[in-house]
Each structure stands twice: as C-alpha cells, then as structure tokens.
Design a protein. Structure first.
Length: 86
C-alpha cells in the first residue's frame, strides 16, 4: 500500500513540475501526459542532485525543480530542431 501511494505521489509531482515547466517556457511541445510526467521527474531529480552537491542542502524545492525541468525542455527542443532557432 505504501509503495502504491509513493508511486501516485511521484506521478502527481512529475505532472505538476513538468506542467509548470511547459507552461512557463512558451513554444511548441508535441509531448503527451507521460512525457510531461517524465520531464517533471527528471528535472526534480537533477535539481535534487544539484541542491545536494552544489548548495549542500537537503531537497531542491519546487522552484529549482521547475527551473531544471525548463532547462531539460529547452535542451530537448534544441536537439529536436537540430539547433535551428525558432
């Protein structure tokens, strides 16, 4: 039961963080719900590593997670467009 609750919370956090990143970074994103959740989870994970190793803090927080998710989204757009400016 605890594992199921944890997985549900992970999906919700990934959806909120990924959704905020997509909302705050304007532009075309042909990405579904699963991609948004994975974007939010990856950004939160990288933000947690950054917070731990660089800032020497425990936990990244919502703002840092959204910023790293936006950075990942920007890098994804650049790689898909082949480096062209849009």
């Amino acid at each position: 039961m605890d594992l199921l609750l944890f997985l549900i919370l992970l999906v919700i956090v990934g959806l909120v963080v990924g959704g905020l990143a997509r909302l705050l970074l304007p532009g075309p994103d042909p990405m579904g719900l699963g991609g948004t959740i994975l974007l939010g989870l990856a950004g939160s994970f990288i933000a947690g590593l950054f917070s731990w190793f660089v800032l020497h803090r425990h936990g990244a927080g919502l703002i840092l997670s959204v910023l790293f998710s936006m950075l990942l989204l920007w890098a994804r757009r650049r790689s898909i467009s082949g480096g062209r400016r849009f």
